[in-house]
Design a protein around this ligand. Structure first.
Ligand code: AP5
Length: 193
């Protein structure tokens, strides 16, 4: 999910390897949001050896979901310490519990939510061919991440669909082809930064 927050908060959603991070970089370059990736914030927390670091690392290795209070706090801290009011949230909320906790704690709702719809075999292929060597990029963990995604993320997507905030993007094709579907979502809403 990509979720845009300000008065304007877009959110990006999609399975592991659907291309959320790649498209976020292009959205930021073209439309000037502050990008907040839940996965990156968690990996940064692990690298800093914080009190939650070991628990987060184990959860990521297992392909499971880190508790909401941890992710919401990390995102909230980043939002509060930023000069921007235009946030592009990537990979959050992943569960109904995430969504409810975020809305309760921050009082914020996304202006729009983008879902990258990608076949599982394509997501697996992309994750396994990624060359940055993440601890969760192996066939055992990716299968667990896909199961978690199907079970927990799809209800969140359905929720935003019912609220009329969901834009579904066909995430198969080149990075530029996919971005040409994403661009009108932002230009149509006059979200040019
Ligand atoms: P996170 O880092 O968010 O990982 P993910 O959702 O599994 O997604 P990825 O980062 O693997 O993929 P992506 O969709 O961003 O695709 P990318 O652009 O990189 O989360 C990791 C873990 O953290 C989770 O499993 C969980 O444990 C924990 N976590 C995260 N958020 C949480 C939350 N809210 N609550 C609790 N726990 C949480 O692309 C993938 C590859 O494909 C790249 O190599 C890229 O170059 C390539 N690629 C991209 N687009 C294309 C294309 N069009 N064609 C060909 N290749 C492409």
């Amino acid at each position: 999910i990509t979720f845009v927050l300000e008065t304007f908060l877009p959110k990006l959603s999609g399975g592991p390897g659907s291309g959320k991070g790649t498209q976020c970089a292009k959205i930021v370059n073209n439309f000037g949001f502050k990008h907040l990736s839940a996965g990156e914030l968690l990996r940064r927390e692990v690298a800093s050896n914080s009190e939650y670091g070991a628990m987060i690392l184990n959860t990521i290795k297992e392909g499971k979901i880190v508790p909401s209070e941890v992710t919401v706090k990390l995102i909230q801290k980043e939002m509060e310490s930023s000069d921007s009011h235009r946030f592009l949230i990537d990979g959050f909320p992943r569960t109904e519990e995430n969504r409810i906790a975020f809305e309760k704690i921050t009082g914020a709702e996304p202006d729009l939510v983008i879902f990258f719809d990608c076949p599982q075999e394509e997501m697996v292929k992309r994750v396994l061919s990624r060359n940055e060597g993440r601890v969760d990029d192996n066939i055992v963990t990716i299968k667990k991440r896909l199961i978690v995604f199907e079970a927990l993320n799809l209800p969140v997507i359905n929720y935003y669909s019912k609220r009329g905030k969901l834009y579904t993007i066909n995430a198969v094709g080149t990075v530029d082809e996919i971005f040409e579907q994403v661009r009108p979502v932002f230009t149509g809403k006059q979200l040019i930064g």
